[in-house]
Each structure stands twice: as C-alpha cells, then as structure tokens.
Ligand binder design. Structure first.
Ligand SMILES: Cc1cc2nc3c(=O)[nH]c(=O)nc-3n(C[C@H](O)[C@H](O)[C@H](O)COP(=O)(O)OP(=O)(O)OC[C@H]3O[C@@H](n4cnc5c(N)ncnc54)[C@H](O)[C@@H]3O)c2cc1C
Length: 415
C-alpha cells in the first residue's frame, strides 16, 4: 500500500470517473458505484469496504472528486464516525451488518454522546442502560444531536454499571432511532436552521448484539469516535459536493446531476464548498478589493493557516506522528480557520455583511459563516478541552484535581 502515490490515486480515480460518473443516475445508484469500487471511504480497512489509504491518499481522493464537480460519498456521521469506529471495535458480523449500508448511503447515523450535564465532562453521562434478557432498556436525555431528525441509527453511550468507576461503567450501543422509546425534538440555532436536536430516551430498546466493543468498554470505543472526529473536522483538503444520506433526508431517488448545479443546491449548506482561500480570492475580485493590501494580507493569513494544518496532518499519516496530538492540533486549527474566514470575509464585503443572507448582494455565504463561526470551537470537544488534552497527555502537565480514579460513579458528585 505504501508505494502508491497521490499521482497514482489521481490517475486511477480520474479514469474511473470518466467511466462511471453519470449525472442521470439517482443519488443512491451513484453512491452504490462509489461503494462497490471502494471510493466511498478509502481510509477504511480493506475488509471493511475501504482501501486502507493513509491521510494523504484519502485527501487526494476528496480533492479529485471536488475538482471533478461530482457528488461526493454520503456525508454524515455514519461515514465520518460510526463506520471507522465499528471497523476498529465491531465484531466481523457487526462490520458486515452496519458498514455497507453506511458506505452506500442507505442508512444515516447520529451521535448520541452529549447530555445536558455531560459535554466536556462526557464520562459523567447519566443515560442508563439496564439489561432485560437479550435486550438493554435505555433511559435518559441526549442533546446537540446533529442530524438526529434524519438518522435511522445512533451511536449511543450509556451507563451500564453505576458501581464501576466513572470511565469503566459505560457501554457503546448501535441503537435504532425509529422506535417508540426515542423522541427527537429539533433545536433551532442562530443560523436559523435546526441541524441538531434533543433526544429523549424513554425505555428505548437495544438488542445485546448491538453492543459495540464489549460491555463496559464504551469509553475506549467512544474515544475512537472522538479521535476520528477531531482528525476529520480539522482534516483540510478540498471537499466534494455533499448530500445527506438515508431515506429521511429524501435525496436517494433524486437525479445526482441536480446536485452539481449551484442553483439547485439545497438548504443547510448542502453542496456548499465553505470559504477557503480560493473562495475568498473570488469574493475579493467580485467586490473589487482584491488589490487592497490589508485584504491580501488577511487572505494570505488564511492560506498559511490552511497550509500549516495540511502539513501537520501529513505528519499524522501512517506512523509519522510526532506527538500523538496532531488531531487535537487540527481541530484547534480548524476553529481558527473558520474565525479567520469570518474576519476576512466581512473585511471584503464590508457593510453588505450587515444584511440578512437572503438580501445580500454577495450571496450570503459570509453571513452564514459568521453566524456559524462559534460552532467549530465547541463541537467535537471545545478548544479549551483540546488544550487540556495536549497539556496533560503530550506536555505531561499535572491533571486537573479530582476524586481518586477508582471511585464508583455512584459516589461522585453528579453535576
Ligand atoms: C454545532 C454543534 C453540533 C454538535 N453535534 C453533536 C452531536 O452530534 N452529538 C453529540 O453528542 N454532541 C454534539 N455537540 C455537542 C458538543 O460536543 C458539546 O457542546 C461540547 O462537547 C461541549 O459541551 P457542553 O456544550 O456541555 O459545554 P460545557 O462542557 O458545559 O462547557 C462550557 C464551557 O466550559 C469550558 N470547559 C468545560 N470544562 C472545562 C475544563 N475542564 N477546562 C477548561 N474549560 C472547560 C468549555 O470549553 C466551554 O467553553 C455539538 C455541538 C455543536 C455546537
């Protein structure tokens, strides 16, 4: 695998696209082609439907798909988080049961981790799972569940043993969202959209064979999900056009070519391409201030942040890691890039930035990024938490004071 170069990947994928991209396919048919030829998630191991590519080759696949202006693999937390987690911790039977339907976009997943009293202190979670024969009965509340309203499955962490120490009594489940014990209520953000939800679990049921990674091993499994999340959020590179998976999102039977036309792109940023350096240069040219020295300087600052992050992530590829904190650094770097995009975007469009996105002469992207910009510093673990991890695990600084590690969860102060 190691002797494959990015040039090889580019050549193979460009030839494949020449043969296979057809705007008249349905979204589902297109995703099935991507899956069958292992382009949906090339970073996944070969036995789980991927190609075992490292970060640089994976990023090249995204870049080629983006440059070809085709719809990318099914976006969402299934492909980004559930599949890689199950590939590491699932049994071979679970890999076969869950992963193919994620990679071809037929099933959408959400992440049921955060609770009203457990965000940064995730291991303090209180949702409980009680065994009932071959099933588990789940009761509790989750919050900030992105895409919960469109998901058929959830990555759920719940407490199965309150007598065990905090981090040891947690188990990771794959739960069916479509059942009487699961209620999903949307939360509206300041962007005007409702991308995330509260989820109430009232005696919801999960079969025992949907435990991922073993009873009481949920903290280690959740950490795999969180590690993948940090690295993907800050991963950089170009992103192909994104379309949400699963039947509830309602895109599977649509013509795939309809999503490659900007005019037809849907709400929620679907199909959007963010605000990278190229987008900023185009925006500045259109606004007539591409020669302004300050504007140029700020765009270059954004470019440098992106390049430093790209080089940082190259270190993380197959064994090249220097500190083990590349994922945390990437996540911090992404928060910074979004803030810098917001600053330079508003510098370019000036007073237009005060208009609602729908009334803006510059398309509204800057306004959307502006109201969304606080989010990346919070989701996937806040910036402060990333710094704590770097401080404690990489720099060897003393841990925050707390009760002895072995204290049973039941005896700890509960929020
Ligand atoms: C857009 C968005 C999407 C999300 N999607 C999901 C999802 O799909 N699934 C899911 O499970 N969760 C999701 N989250 C939740 C996210 O993971 C949490 O918001 C995050 O972990 C912070 O938890 P909290 O909101 O409870 O804040 P708190 O943990 O209450 O933190 C509040 C503040 O205190 C700081 N703080 C807390 N502890 C420390 C400490 N020890 N040291 C220093 N500072 C500290 C934090 O940095 C923060 O500034 C999403 C959040 C957002 C914004």
């Amino acid at each position: 695998m190691s002797d494959i170069t990015t040039a090889d990947v580019r050549a193979e994928l460009e030839a494949w696209l020449e043969e296979n991209w057809d705007p008249d396919l349905t979204v589902l048919q297109w995703w099935q082609r991507l899956y069958e030829d292992r382009w949906s998630s090339p970073a996944m191991p070969v036995e789980a439907g991927g190609r075992g590519y490292g970060r640089d080759l994976t990023s090249e696949v995204s870049t080629v798909l983006a440059e070809a202006n085709v719809v990318g693999p099914p976006t969402g937390l299934g492909l980004m988080l559930a599949a890689p987690t199950i590939a590491v911790h699932g049994t071979p039977e679970q890999v076969d049961r869950y992963i193919p339907e994620i990679l071809d976009g037929t099933v959408a997943w959400c992440q049921l981790f955060s609770e009203p009293g457990a965000g940064s202190d995730l291991a303090g979670l209180q949702a409980k799972a009680v065994r009932d024969g071959d099933e588990w009965i789940i009761t509790g509340q989750k919050v900030w569940t992105s895409g919960g309203h469109m998901a058929q499955k959830g990555m759920l962490i719940a407490r199965t043993d309150p007598e065990a120490p905090k981090h040891q009594g947690i188990t990771y489940f794959a739960i069916d969202m479509d059942q009487p014990g699961v209620e999903v209520r949307p939360l509206r953000e300041m962007t005007g959209q409702a991308l995330f939800n509260e989820v109430f679990l009232d005696e919801a049921r999960v079969p025992h064979d949907a435990v991922i990674g073993g009873l009481g091993a949920g903290w280690a499994v959740a950490n795999t999900t969180l590690t993948v999340e940090r690295a993907s959020l800050g991963g950089g590179g170009k992103h192909p056009i994104s379309v949400p998976p699963g039947p509830i999102a309602g895109r599977l039977q649509k013509r795939v070519g309809d999503f490659t036309d900007r005019a037809n792109r849907g709400p929620d940023g679907e199909g959007g391409r963010g605000m990278g350096t190229d987008a900023m240069i185009n925006l500045a040219r259109a606004a007539g201030n591409a020669d302004d020295l300050i504007v140029r300087q700020e765009i270059v600052k954004l470019h440098i942040l992106g390049e430093v992050n790209r080089l940082n992530m190259l270190r993380a590829k197959s064994g090249g890691s220097r500190t083990g904190a590349e994922g945390n650094l990437a996540k911090l770097s992404m928060s910074e890039m979004v803030r810098q995009s917001r600053e330079v975007g508003n510098l370019i469009i000036g007073a237009d930035g005060m208009l609602a996105a729908s009334e803006s002469a510059t398309g509204g992207v800057v306004q959307e990024v502006t109201v969304f910009s606080p989010a990346p510093a919070i989701y996937g673990g806040t910036d402060q938490v990333q710094r704590n991890i770097i401080g404690e695990r990489v720099l060897g600084l003393p841990k925050e004071p707390g009760p002895p590690k072995g204290t049973p969860f039941r005896e700890l102060l509960q929020n």
